[in-house]
Design a protein around this ligand. Sequence first.
Ligand code: SF4
Length: 96
Amino acid sequence: MLTLGTIPERLDRVSFTHDDEVSHIEVDQDAARKTGAGALLERICPAHVYRVKPDGTVGIEYAACLECGTCLAIAPPGVVRWRYPRGGFGVAFREG
Ligand code: SF4
């Protein structure tokens, strides 16, 4: 029987190869401000990649991205530009 385990156990199955040069996520700050999407992105991202800064802009900690695609599906059109990380970078999941 498959057991999912606790959150720490599940996160132990995730590893990242960080791309320190190129972010695979960009936010159109004007579109985010007009639509209020920053708060939405903060709430829906399971990896807490997005943070609304005191000045209202949306910060991106792309290295923590789990590549789930939720932000791309939920954000208003044109706010998030998301693509997979360059080859060899990003998240890796392992079973067991
Ligand atoms: Fe967060 Fe998933 Fe979007 Fe990555 S793809 S930034 S984990 S919502």
